[in-house]
Design a protein around this ligand. Structure first.
Ligand code: ZN
Length: 235
């Protein structure tokens, strides 16, 4: 299991850093913005909701929902609506994953700056894609569920993908480093990991009004910081 927590150890509701508010975004619709400077490593969002396997989703017959993959075949169905849904993607993001449900600032985010995350850090569904107009010089123009495989993306967010993607990346690197065998008859040819069917489904329309007070219900005191699991600490 590549998650950092037991499956009953997730929040029921999403937590959002009280320094963050929802405003209109030039990237798309509404986004999350810093009310004051946010330091590198500061927690931004802790996703909360119900943990479900891929197999459990169809029985719920949900028409509209937000979820995030937290391991191979395992997802968290987010409590909605919540302002964290307004977070926009950028190909040059300033937040990344601390663990499978927690995002944190990659670098100093000055007051007024939009908080963004690269969907490649937590999306691994091969057949998912969306056009991107993030405006970054690094813009990939089309963001896909295979972007975690890109060397440039791996380099930028190394160790700060969702843990199951960190593990996939390490697995690929291990294969690349394995010396070729002379007898090929017993080689197990790599097969791609079975894709989660219910990976994060961005973008969902942000349901949140843009106002400074709108996120207070999700803020509250910051929960205690969790240490990164040594199994996916940055290397
Ligand atoms: Zn982009």
């Amino acid at each position: 299991m590549r998650t950092t927590r037991a499956h009953n150890d997730y929040r029921e509701t999403t937590w959002l850093n009280p320094k963050v508010e929802v405003r209109d975004s030039t990237i798309e619709g509404r986004g999350l913005f810093a009310l004051q400077d946010i330091e590198p490593g500061e927690m931004i969002i802790i996703m909360g909701g119900r943990v479900l396997t891929d197999d459990e989703f169809p029985a719920l017959r949900l028409e509209k929902y937000s979820s995030a993959a937290i391991d191979e075949g395992l997802n968290i169905l987010l409590d909605t609506p919540n302002p964290a849904e307004c977070g926009n993607h950028s190909c040059d993001a300033n937040t990344w994953m601390r663990d499978e449900v927690t995002t944190e600032a990659m670098r100093l985010i000055p007051a007024g700056g939009e908080l963004t995350i690269d969907y490649a850090t937590h999306t691994g569904t091969p057949d998912w894609s969306m056009p991107c107009n993030c405006g970054s010089t690094l813009c990939r123009h089309t963001v896909t569920g295979n972007d975690w495989r890109r060397a440039d993306v791996q380099e930028r967010y190394r160790g700060h993908f969702s843990p199951f993607l960190n593990a996939r990346i390490e697995q690929l690197r291990g294969r690349a480093a394995t010396p070729p065998m002379t007898d090929t008859s017993n080689i197990q040819h790599p097969t791609s990991s079975p894709p989660p069917i219910s990976n994060l489904r961005p973008p969902t329309p942000c349901p949140w009004p843009a106002s400074a007070s709108s996120t207070s219900r999700w803020s509250g005191p910051a929960p205690p910081a969790r240490a990164c699991s040594p199994t996916w600490a940055p290397r």
